[in-house]
Design a protein around this ligand. Structure first.
Ligand code: SAM
Length: 245
């Protein structure tokens, strides 16, 4: 591929990913808005809408994996006032930014921040009503291990929900998207964060992620039932949903 990340062996992948998020942590939220033109907010809202955590009555216990600076956790905590969210991320710099944002929003007492790996969270079996992961699974070295771990930590009847970039399958939009990703995104990374390479990595990792049907099969292979997906914005992003039985 264009930038050589393809050849990174498994043993080195997580280290590269960590270095990327170390470099971008402080500018992460700004860059999300700039690069997606604000669309990531709409996709995240769509994720919470499909998840539909209970607005009244007993709250859920939710695990947000690769939770980074807290966007998904905040949305769940705000939509479902009785819910509690555990934000798990491998990168302490991203978690620091998330914790500071949680305090500013007055949500700190309903959120728990945990440093950990999606492949092996160290959390107890059957502890959560829902498991969310947004723009995180493609960064994980062993996706199958992360999906099995998701299944393990969910209660029977619990919900799995994943938001990830996908392949654009609309004529013309696919061309525009390619031009945008391989040119505009690294350029913005250079100008705003002084770092084109990290953003090239992000673009590359999106290209390498399995297509939505293959990924749906991987979720089924981990044991989930009623696996469905919904494409967002012409397929730029996709939501996958499944249930632990
Ligand atoms: N979920 C947030 C959002 O949607 O804005 C953050 C997404 S950010 C693109 C990806 C996050 O995945 C980073 O915070 C990174 O540290 C985290 N990450 C990468 N590998 C991980 C792993 N193996 N386990 C847990 N988190 C990981």
């Amino acid at each position: 591929t264009h930038f050589g990340f393809q050849t990174v062996p498994d043993s080195e992948k997580q280290g590269r990913v960590d270095a990327v998020f170390d470099r971008v942590a402080r500018r992460y939220d700004l860059m999300n808005d700039l690069m997606s033109g604000g669309l990531h907010r709409i996709w995240k809202d769509a994720m919470i809408a499909w998840l539909s955590p209970p607005r009244t009555g007993a709250g859920w216990s939710v695990l947000d994996v690769a939770g980074g600076t807290g966007d998904i956790a905040f949305r769940i905590a705000e939509a479902a006032p009785a819910s509690e969210v555990t934000v798990l991320d491998i990168n302490p710099n991203m978690l620091d930014v998330g914790q500071a944002r949680a305090r500013k929003r007055g949500l700190a007492d309903r959120l728990t921040f945990v440093e950990g790996n999606a492949e092996d969270t160290g959390l107890p079996d059957g502890a959560f009503d829902a498991y969310t992961i947004a723009f995180g699974i493609r960064n994980v070295t062993h996706i199958d291990a992360a999906l099995e771990e998701a299944y393990r930590v969910l209660k029977p009847g619990g919900r799995f929900m994943c938001l990830e970039f996908s392949q654009v399958e609309m004529p013309l939009l696919d061309r525009i998207y390619d031009l945008y990703s391989f040119n505009a995104i690294p350029a913005m990374g250079r100008i705003v964060a002084g770092d084109a390479e990290s953003y090239r990595y992000l673009v590359e990792s999106i290209r390498r992620f399995p297509d939505r049907e293959t990924f749906a099969d991987m979720i089924r292979d981990a044991g989930f039932s009623r696996v469905q997906w919904r494409a967002l914005s012409g397929g730029i992003a996709v939501l996958h949903s499944g249930w632990r039985t």
